[in-house]
Design a protein around this ligand. Structure first.
Ligand code: ZN
Length: 249
């Protein structure tokens, strides 16, 4: 790894425990997958710098997504219904990494005041024009300057594993989440019994795209560092984690 150019690759500390000692797991498409010696988070490290990673979020990514519009909206309505059933029936809902806006649309149809944010303009344009959503924004979450304690529900569906700076994200989530609000997260679960062996063959292992592979402990620890905690975990047959997160009381 020492031969990699500094301008294109960056070495990071563990975003969960700040550790800097890692065990090598395997290399895929030239990217080294490692496990943190202290907290066991699996991540790509060193990894391509954000500008390189950003190139994977091109228009095709969003166009593929919009093609499956009907299926996406149906799945989104199910996810929103689950949150409504257990926690919230109204208020402001923010979907982070909203892409074309199907979760925001589902939240809106279910009685929420829906917001969405995504780095990719094409999806936002689709959501605004085709789905009639008014509160979609382009850019990183932390650049939106939403008011404090603003959102009753914040969702991140298949998003947190892509985010370059997890601690900036988590700090911002804590700031904008209402006191009794919930964060609903779905992310691949490296601790799930159905994860393929060897790990390098698991379909969720995606160089440049999935930067981190959490289990319940590592995800909870990340949020604990910022005054948030997992309060509910839903069981799933797929190797993904479905959790709700709230302020630590
Ligand atoms: Zn760690």
């Amino acid at each position: 790894m020492k031969t990699k150019e500094n301008s294109v690759w960056e070495t990071i500390k563990c975003p969960v425990c700040k550790g800097s000692s890692f065990a090598d797991l395997f290399i895929k498409k030239e990217e080294p997958f490692v496990r943190c010696d202290q907290c066991s988070l699996v991540l790509i490290n060193p990894r391509p710098v954000y500008e390189k990673i950003r190139e994977t979020y091109n228009n095709d990514y969003s166009r593929d997504y919009a093609k499956k519009a009907h299926t996406k909206l149906k799945r989104s309505l199910k996810r929103v219904a689950l949150v409504k059933k257990s926690f919230r029936s109204e208020g402001r809902w923010l979907d982070v990494g909203c892409s074309a806006g199907f979760v925001a649309k589902a939240a809106s149809l279910s009685g929420f005041n829906a917001y969405g944010v995504d780095v990719e303009p094409w999806g936002i344009n689709y959501g605004s024009t085709e789905l009639g959503l008014n509160n979609l924004s382009i850019g990183l979450l932390e650049d939106q300057a939403y008011p404090e304690n603003f959102f009753n529900v914040i969702s991140l569906y298949d998003v947190i594993e892509h985010v370059p700076n997890l601690n900036i994200l988590t700090k911002e989530l804590k700031r904008i989440l209402a006191p009794n609000g919930i964060i609903d997260i779905v992310t691949p679960d490296v601790g799930h019994f159905r994860v393929t062996k060897p790990l390098s063959d698991w379909k969720e292992i995606k160089p440049s795209e999935h930067l981190y592979y959490f289990d319940k402990n590592t995800l909870n620890r990340l949020f604990n560092n910022h005054g948030l905690s997992i309060t509910k975990k839903r069981f799933g047959f797929k190797a993904s984690m479905k959790v709700c997160i709230q302020h630590i009381k």
